[in-house]
Ligand binder design. Structure first.
Ligand code: CO
Length: 286
């Protein structure tokens, strides 16, 4: 790139929405109804993000069957609960209940087998699960959990009418509890009152998206409605404005720019590693 760039000369470049993606209704686990936003024909991946599911329903029939035992290898799953309670249990003896506002950042690494089952018979179940890739060098790392209850997710109020839960990354001096040097992720839950603005600075080359789950948010010059994801172009900052009483997650991370070989719950770098993963799982080596 050459020539005069007015934005660059002030030291910042505005990110704009380059694509709006609609979630695709689907089901997973033992028949849980959800909306797949990343990992579907409209957006197969957004390096380093492999999948984003939004689950949200008041109907127990949509979630009651849960996600019985299934494996993962080679990446991280990030569950952010908004409403409802989900019990998590894995084959290494790790167990806990995800409550509203809690985050579970699970590094599957070399392999885990786990279940994620609703801990309720009725009422609303709502939240997100994001799959985040690991670099080739970390795919066979020991499994690890970073789990935080709602009281341990700090809240920043950068302006009147703007409230940000900082799961990963930073808002002013407020720092989220998650650590992942490989992808250096940002994960914010932003609430905006109508007409309020928030400008968030992001590393220029990080992949970034915003998913609106309540109301409508103007990102740059594009208005994004609830149920829509905006993929953001490169730049150093994104300007958000509440078009209504709104909530959105803003997520970003350093792209890995590595080959991705994926098969269901296994995400590796080569086909040979995928075959190995299936074999190891079948031989009980997770
Ligand atoms: Co899982």
């Amino acid at each position: 790139m050459s020539g005069f760039n007015a934005a660059r000369s002030t030291g910042s470049t505005a990110r704009e929405v380059v694509k709006v993606v609609h979630g695709m209704p689907t089901s997973d686990g033992a028949g849980v109804k959800l909306r797949r936003v990343i990992g579907q024909p409209g957006l197969s991946e957004l390096d380093p993000f492999l999948m984003l599911d939004e689950f949200g329903t008041d109907a127990p029939a949509d979630y009651i069957a849960g996600f019985p035992d299934h494996p993962h290898r080679g990446f991280e799953t990030v569950t952010y609960m908004l409403d409802g309670r989900m019990r998590h249990r894995d084959n290494h003896g790790h167990e806990g209940v995800l409550v509203p506002g809690s985050v579970q950042w699970m590094t599957a690494g070399r392999g885990i087998v786990h279940s994620e089952m609703p801990e309720q018979q009725e009422g609303r179940m709502r939240g997100f699960q994001l799959w985040l890739n690991l670099p080739a060098r970390d795919k066979m790392t020991e499994p690890r959990y970073q789990e935080f209850g709602p009281e341990r997710i700090p809240v920043a109020t950068p302006a009147a009418g703007v409230s940000v839960k900082v799961i990963a990354g930073e808002v002013g001096t407020v720092k989220g509890p998650i650590s992942q040097p490989a992808t250096d992720p940002t994960y914010l839950d932003i609430a905006l009152s109508p007409g309020t603005e928030y400008v968030h600075t992001l590393p220029e080359q990080h992949s970034a998206f915003m998913y609106v789950f309540e109301g409508a948010v103007q990102a740059g010059t594009t208005t994004v409605n609830a149920g829509e994801m905006a993929v953001l172009g490169t730049g150093s900052e994104i300007r958000l404005r509440g078009a209504k009483e709104s909530r959105a997650i803003l997520v970003a991370g350093r792209p890995l720019q590595e080959p991705v070989a994926r098969y269901g719950p296994f995400v590796m770098s080569t086909r040979e590693q995928l075959i190995q993963a299936v074999e190891d799982f079948q031989n009980g080596k997770f």
